[in-house]
Structures are given as structure tokens and as C-alpha cells.
Design a protein around this ligand. Structure first.
Ligand SMILES: C[S@@+](CC[C@H](N)C(=O)[O-])C[C@H]1O[C@@H](n2cnc3c(N)ncnc32)[C@H](O)[C@@H]1O
Length: 274
């Protein structure tokens, strides 16, 4: 469902311009101005999810990852408010869908970059290595244009995908490997601030992990470890995989490195951490 549908409105403009804005509390001040008509979206357990206010059209602010400010709460009794309810997951998906659609309007998709047989090889690897149930959530971390997400959906897992590169995400969305409601442009070094822990997280083709870049990949990898109980990462070289193993064990996770016979190039070395 879209944010418009959840508020039963024809058109809205989000105060947040992109996903990075969702935790920016300074934006709440925009809701102190406007007309007297307002709509509040709350969860089934009455947690505020978002607010719409008439102001030459309807503007909406999200309360996911930021709480309504005291000033805003104090201003509510003066407004003519209608309350709408939905479950938090439906609203969260509507937020991701909104920002993905904005990204598709604003960015040029990257060139198609996925070899035709890679998805099958990744699906086989996931199928062999993980014991999962149909519908289990798996993060596709640093997903690029979404080959991992498609492979996860082929084996019956539910992918949630994120990457910092919007043009790669747009390519994945256009090809149908990524879905608007389960994709977000996000810096992976902050992932655990926004995403709840899941059983599984996949990160394909991490790296290059070398002297100039290892600090960022360590930061990303440590976030991925925080996100999930079972983590699988692929890299190009044994040295990179061993580096991941050292980082993983330093965090108290049992890990294993092996060569993946299915793919001699893209996903050649695998680190599995539990
Ligand atoms: C080699 S590509 C692999 C893409 C995809 N997983 C695949 O296997 O096709 C590495 C990816 O990491 C992403 N990346 C690098 N730094 C990132 C960060 N800080 N946050 C999120 N994504 C990042 C890049 O944008 C790129 O898509």
C-alpha cells in the first residue's frame, strides 16, 4: 500500500526528501505550520507512525526512527484530527516504496551488470549452506543491482535489500530483481540503526578488501554481523575471506571459509559466520 492510500489521500508530499532524512528530528518543525485539518496514522498498539497536515496540499512526516517532538504533541489539540490505523510493517513497506519510486524518477539506472547464470549459482550456494524456512527474512547487504535478492527469492526466502549506490538499485528495480517495498538506499555502516535483527544476512562480492579499504569493509561487515544470526559473505580472494574470518572471530562468532566451486570469479571465496 502507498502512503497516500494509508492516509486515504489523493496526493501527499513527504517532508523527508530521502531515506537519510527519516531520522532527522529537525524536520518535525515543518508540521507546526499549516491548516487545521490533520490526519494521524497509528499502529494497532497506538504508536504514532506518521502525520499528515493540510498546507496547500497535504504534507506528511514520518515517525519511524524519530519520535514526535513535544511541541508537535502540544499542538495536536488545536487541530481537527482524523485517525487512521495500520500495522507497522505495512507502513514501513510504504515508506521504502515511496523512496524507491522517488529514486526511480530522479536517477539514471546503471548499466545491466549481471551474468545470466550467476543467480542460479548463488541460489545453489544458499540452498546448500543454510537451513531456512520458506519466507524467512534475509538481508541482501550491499546488494548492488540485486542478484542476491533474486537468488534468495528463487529459494523461497524474503529478501530485504540495501546499497549506497542509487543507480545500481534503480537497475535492480527496473529488472525486477529488487522490489520497491523491500529496497532502500542506505549506508551499510549504519544499517543496524534502522534494521531489526533477522536470522540471515547475505553480502555478495564484498570488497576489494585491501590496505586502503579494509576499514570501511570492517565497519560494514561488523554491521552485517549485528544484523543476523547466520551471515554469508562472498569475496574474490582467500586473503579477503580470511580477513573476514578474523573480524568475525574477534566478535565471538564461529566462522568457516571455503572455496565455492560454482563460481570461479564473482563469488569464489565464501565466509559463513554463525
Ligand atoms: C562489488 S559490488 C557487489 C554488488 C552485489 N552484491 C553483487 O554481488 O552483484 C559492492 C557493492 O557494495 C556497495 N557498497 C560499498 N560501500 C557501501 C556502503 N557503505 N553502504 C552500502 N553499500 C555499499 C557498492 O555500492 C556496491 O554495490
Amino acid at each position: 500500500m502507498s502512503i497516500c492510500e494509508l492516509f486515504d489521500l489523493e496526493e501527499i508530499r513527504m517532508i523527508e526528501m530521502n531515506f537519510q532524512d527519516v531520522s532527522n528530528e529537525a524536520l518535525l518543525v515543518h508540521m507546526l505550520r499549516g491548516g487545521s485539518e490533520a490526519r494521524l496514522l497509528i499502529s494497532q498498539d497506538e504508536v504514532p507512525l506518521a502525520m499528515a497536515r493540510e498546507d496547500d496540499g497535504w504534507k506528511v512526516v514520518s515517525f519511524l526512527w524519530k519520535e514526535p517532538s513535544e511541541e508537535l504533541i502540544e499542538s495536536l489539540p488545536e487541530l481537527d484530527i482524523k485517525v487512521y490505523t495500520c500495522d507497522t510493517e505495512t507502513y514501513r513497506e510504504a515508506v521504502y516504496d515511496h523512496f524507491s519510486r522517488m529514486m526511480l524518477q530522479e536517477l539514471e539506472p546503471a548499466m545491466e551488470d549481471v551474468p545470466h547464470d550467476r543467480t542460479k549459482k548463488v541460489s545453489d550456494l544458499v540452498w546448500k549452506e543454510w537451513n531456512f524456512k520458506p519466507g524467512d527474512l534475509c538481508y541482501d547487504c550491499c546488494c548492488g543491482s540485486g542478484v542476491g535478492s533474486l537468488a534468495l527469492s528463487k529459494v523461497g526466502m524474503r529478501a530485504f535489500s540495501f546499497d549506497i549506490d542509487g543507480s545500481l538499485l534503480c537497475r535492480g528495480l527496473k529488472q525486477g530483481r529488487l522490489q520497491t517495498y523491500s529496497t532502500v538506499q542506505m549506508d551499510a555502516t549504519k544499517a543496524s540503526q534502522y534494521l531489526e535483527r533477522a536470522h540471515f544476512a547475505l553480502m555478495l562480492m564484498a570488497g576489494d578488501i585491501g590496505p586502503g579499504t579494509s576499514w570501511v569493509w570492517q565497519a560494514i561487515f561488523e554491521q552485517v554481523l549485528q544484523l543476523a544470526d547466520h551471515v554469508m559473505v562472498t569475496v574474490g580472494t582467500k586473503e579477503e575471506a580470511e580477513q573476514l574470518r578474523a573480524w568475525s572471530e574477534a566478535k565471538g562468532r564461529s566462522s568457516r571459509v571455503f572455496e565455492n566451486p560454482r563460481d570461479k570469479f564473482y563469488d569464489r571465496w565464501v565466509l559463513v559466520a554463525d
